[in-house]
Design a protein around this ligand. Structure first.
Ligand SMILES: Cc1cc2nc3c(=O)[nH]c(=O)nc-3n(C[C@H](O)[C@H](O)[C@H](O)COP(=O)(O)OP(=O)(O)OC[C@H]3O[C@@H](n4cnc5c(N)ncnc54)[C@H](O)[C@@H]3O)c2cc1C
Length: 547
């Protein structure tokens, strides 16, 4: 027999959207519970870098970023296009700054500007070459007490004894090339020592974001029930009146007087949904999203009559299928001295373009398989994943087929199954462009974005370097993602809509359970978490204002 409990608000999912929404509901006077499917809280948000893209928030303005609402509006309109109704885009821009201020007020979280990290299309009108993204400052995990043990681990945990921010990676990758690399390495240890001396247990990036939001919920007396998946929505007279869930093997009916917020993330780990909605090749092995994100809330909303949107798309990123899981290569792809080729042995993309765009190009032209090729000079110069410059790559990478090497370009081509003459011609052509410092073929280096994870000591272009020092290496590149971006269609107030555009009363959605306000695009670092927090916050306020 189902146990029945009642709250004003039920939130499904303790990630970026769900926890922000629950906090907004609770701090506006509503009794609120969060149900979380996994044995841990934080979802993908806890695994993430926690870059947050919310133009004109108080943190970027205080840092002196010359942002204005008009510039942000112009930029976002150009980036997103007509795919998303302008009113929803504008609601994000209008409510985002308040969402950040709200989180600063009601959680111990502090944020800092990711200075220098450009918008992804900085040359568009309103784009910011020095960026307008923020990330959490170090957060003291001691604040969470025992609950810290329930925080979903980071995708790649930072080494013990360090305090690393998103903006440090650019310099760490250049440790063998630029004095700021070594200075940053020293700094990340020094920061730790300072905070540890104060008795803190500092955590950063997604760990800080999820931990800080959870701390806000603890202070607001909002319970987060782990191991409690939403299974179904209760719909009565056309209105969502609560949820069915399971907890400790028992069925639970949780009635919601004001509303239900679906913050249960995307469907990145649901093979059937991916095959139904997304183009081949597709699977669940190339995503780095939280394993518990299997589209449950999207399905439940659909059964309650909701429309779905953007289901074909994801927050894509080129990944290397390393033995212990897909590796989201960012600086490795953008640093000079590498080239992407497909099965024909030809280049097909600006390797340094925003990660979502690179995978869109892969799918659009069926550029599978794909390989990232570099030479020994590149290996000698740059950090690659956690492998220090000049060190050999692990044998296990070769063993699982993610990496191949050879002393000649032709030999490498034979090993990866591409025409040797074509690969030779591609590398020769690329080397000519690199020596001239201008990629007239794919415009790599034309945008300030391309130069962010590049090498300022490389000339004539920080983004282009010839491949001429053997041996040569080829990494397999697969179309991976940070999570999916399609889901329940919502309006500017985070209310879930039916296919005819009418509102389903009592039902709200935010984050990757909802169709992204970014449409098919990605405005800048934090374009998933910024809107997730903003529309979670909006939903909380809406439920407080509803009757
Ligand atoms: C390695 C990595 C780096 C990233 N870096 C960034 C970045 O810097 N900036 C950025 O903007 N984005 C980044 N992302 C993406 C970002 O983390 C996600 O897009 C974001 O967390 C989505 O927020 P969400 O609240 O929708 O989902 P999540 O944060 O994933 O939370 C969803 C929660 O819902 C729970 N859930 C699922 N099903 C149910 C159910 N049936 N009942 C109850 N609960 C359920 C899940 O267990 C999970 O805890 C990154 C992602 C990864 C993996």
């Amino acid at each position: 027999m189902a146990v029945t409990v009642e709250y004003d608000v039920v939130v499904a999912g303790a990630g970026a959207a769900g926890m922000t929404g629950a906090l907004a509901a609770a701090r506006n006077g509503l009794s609120t519970v969060v149900i979380e499917k996994a044995a841990v809280f934080g979802g993908s948000a806890a695994r993430s870098g926690a870059g947050i893209w919310v133009p004109n928030n108080e943190v970027v303005l205080a840092a002196g970023v010359p942002d204005t609402p008009a510039q942000a509006d112009t930029y976002l309109a150009a980036v997103v296009g007509a795919e998303v109704p302008a009113v929803r885009r504008q609601a994000f821009l209008a409510n985002g700054p308040a969402a950040i201020s709200f989180v600063l007020t009601w959680t111990p979280l502090r944020f800092q500007w990711m200075g220098g990290y450009p918008d992804y299309y900085p040359e568009l009108s309103g784009g910011m070459p020095n960026g307008r993204s923020i990330e959490p400052a170090a957060f003291d995990a001691n604040i969470l007490g025992d609950e810290y043990a329930n925080l979903n681990p980071a995708y790649i945990p930072t080494p013990a004894g360090t305090v690393i921010y998103d903006v440090d990676y650019k310099w760490l990758a250049l440790i063998a090339r630029h004095p700021k690399g070594l200075a940053t390495a020293t700094d990340i240890v020094w920061r730790y020592l300072q905070l540890a001396a104060q008795g803190q247990n500092p955590i950063t990036m997604g760990q800080a974001l999820a931990g800080g939001l959870r701390a806000g919920l603890i202070a607001a007396d909002v319970p987060v029930w782990l191991n409690t998946p939403l299974t179904e929505l209760i719909v009565e007279n056309g209105r969502v009146a609560g949820v069915l869930a399971t907890r400790d093997g028992q069925q639970l009916e949780i009635r919601a007087r004001r509303g239900v917020l679906i913050g249960s993330g995307g469907f990145e780990h649901n093979l059937a949904m991916r095959q139904q909605y997304q183009a081949a090749p597709i699977g669940v092995d190339w995503t780095v999203g939280a394993a518990s994100n299997t589209g449950d809330g999207i399905r439940a909303g659909q059964e309650a009559g909701a429309a779905l949107g953007l289901m074909d798309d994801s927050w894509w990123g080129p990944m290397i299928p390393l033995p212990d899981g897909p590796y989201f290569c960012l600086s490795e792809r953008t640093l000079p001295g590498n080239v992407f080729v497909d099965g024909t042995g030809k280049r097909f993309v600006n390797e340094a373009a925003p990660y979502s765009d690179v995978v869109h190009v892969m799918y659009a032209g069926a550029h599978f398989p794909c390989w990232m090729i570099h030479d020994q000079q590149y290996r000698n110069r740059y950090l690659f994943q956690e492998i220090a410059p000049a060190l050999p790559y692990p044998a296990s990478w070769y063993a699982n087929g993610a990496l191949v090497s050879d002393w000649t370009i032709e030999g490498l081509a034979a090993k990866i199954g591409v025409p040797p003459a074509a690969l030779r011609a591609t590398v020769d052509r690329f080397n000519t462009l690199a020596k001239a410092g201008k990629d007239t073929d794919f415009k790599r280096g034309d945008s300030a974005y391309d130069a962010y994870f590049a090498d300022p000591t490389n000339t004539p272009s920080p983004c282009l370097s010839a491949l001429s020092l053997p041996p040569y290496y080829a990494f397999k590149i697969v179309p991976g993602d940070l999570g999916t971006k399609g889901g329940l269609v919502t309006d500017a107030r985070a209310r879930v809509l039916r296919p005819d555009g009418t509102v389903i009363p009592g039902l709200y959605a935010a984050g990757n359970a909802s169709a992204a306000v970014m449409g098919h695009s990605y405005a800048g670092a934090g374009s998933t978490i910024g809107p997730a927090m903003t529309f979670g916050y909006t939903a909380g306020l809406e439920m407080a204002a509803s009757t």
